[in-house]
Ligand binder design. Structure first.
Ligand SMILES: [Mg+2]
Length: 409
């Protein structure tokens, strides 16, 4: 059995999804997702300029050897661009393998450990009243877990993932498709530290003990500040505190651990098992946030899940809307299987346009995600629909302090 061809598509409704379709001489094809938010053309070029011609003639069933060929075979290896390209190929090969077996992918991992997998939604508000409205809407829809992000009084601009003006709730406020020159957000740590712990307490009081409340610091704090914040919010009982500090300095997590038992989630910008090995083995985190998309695909992320299981670290895969329904399907199969599953980030992708481009029987009900039993990933790709979309330049904001110092987005 041989790979005969592969094609890459870039575009989609309100996002630049990077989709690979790998064809075989057995009449079975596989799908993978190489979307790297705001850098989408780069993994697409890596695939088309360097990798696809190497795949032609390979046996698609040898996904482990092909993964090693892609990773070890590249002298300059790793990094988000390359790992997104490898991950897309790997995901497509697992799709082919499961279709050949006539089974949903989770069966190849060891079957289901649960029926529905817990997901969390994104609630956001320009102020606390708007945030409460946004949370209530998700609770009314049956969500059991919600990430909460709030505008900070006196902050010169909107901060991470919140709308600029009151009355806008529940949308994705991150990517700006007006071009590749980013907007600037102004950040003030003191104002955040004074406001946010109490706001989280008010959310707990309003919604009661059962709602799982998550909060994303988005790398904005220094280690000592993060330790103080994690300690201050302990009475709230957060499900997790996400990215309290940038994870380049992994020893910083020790300071947070020494001062607080608030659960910590990190890893959405990680690309390999070596990025999180220390954090997992030293049990400095509680949830690993890597994604199948730019974590090298199913082969590599499954290794991370197994390592995490040895150290009481649960999964909390990245699920920003920049991941296409293909990688979300791959993660849904891992979520159905993983004995150390925790939660899945889930933003509503199910617009009619997105469903038409990526048809599937996966579905969300009462805050749980149910995986399709169709053979393979259980998601398809409509090339006729794809023809109407093209790449749109977009950007994340950059962050500066009030004196102009560039800060962590
Ligand atoms: Mg995050």
């Amino acid at each position: 059995m041989k790979i005969t061809d592969a094609q890459v598509f870039v575009g989609g409704p309100a996002k630049n999804y990077v989709t690979i379709k790998i064809m075989t001489d057995a009449g079975v094809y596989g799908l993978g997702d190489a979307t790297l938010n705001n850098r989408e053309t780069l993994p697409a070029a890596y695939l088309t300029d360097y990798l696809i011609s190497n795949l032609i003639g390979m046996d698609p069933r040898q996904s482990e050897d092909i993964w090693q060929f892609l990773y070890r075979g590249a002298y300059f290896r790793g990094g988000p661009i390359a790992m997104a390209a490898y991950g897309a190929i790997d995901t497509a090969l697992w799709d082919i393998k499961a279709k050949l077996a006539g089974m949903p992918l989770y069966q190849l991992f060891g079957g289901k450990s649960r029926d529905g997998a817990l997901v969390y939604a994104h609630a956001a508000g320009a102020d606390l009243a708007d945030l409460m409205t946004s949370i209530a809407r998700y609770v009314d829809q049956g969500y059991k877990a919600v990430r909460v992000q709030c505008g900070i009084p006196g902050m010169p601009t909107a901060s991470y993932a919140v709308p600029e003006t009151a009355g806008q709730t529940g949308a994705d406020f991150i990517t700006d498709f007006s071009g590749i020159r980013p907007k600037t957000e102004i950040w003030d740590t003191d104002k955040y530290m004074r406001f946010m712990p109490d706001a989280l307490g008010q959310i707990r009081d309003k919604f009661g003990p059962d709602l799982k409340i998550l909060h994303d610091v988005h790398h904005r704090l220094l280690p000592r500040e993060a330790a103080a914040f994690a300690k201050a919010v302990e009475p709230v009982g957060l499900y997790w505190l996400e990215d309290p500090t940038p994870a380049e300095d992994q020893d910083a997590l020790k300071l947070i651990r020494q001062h607080s038992t608030t659960p910590i989630a990190i890893g959405e910008v990680f690309n390999t098992i070596w990025d999180c090995q220390k954090l997992i083995e030293q049990e400095l985190i509680d949830f690993i946030r890597i994604a199948v998309t730019y974590g090298g695909g199913i082969t590599h992320v499954k290794r991370i899940v197994d390592l995490a299981a040895l150290h009481h670290v649960r999964t909390g895969f990245h699920g920003a809307p920049s991941h296409s329904p293909i990688s979300m399907a791959a993660q849904a199969h891992l979520n159905a299987w993983a004995p150390n599953f925790g939660i899945q980030e889930y933003l509503v992708l199910g617009t009619p346009e997105c469903d038409a481009l990526f048809p599937s029987k996966h579905y969300l009900k009462d805050g749980l995600f149910y995986v399709s039993d169709d053979p393979g990933l259980g998601v398809d790709f409509d090339e006729g629909e794809a023809a109407q979309y093209e790449y749109k330049p977009g950007s994340h904001p950059v962050v500066r302090l009030q004196d102009g110092t560039l800060w962590n987005y």
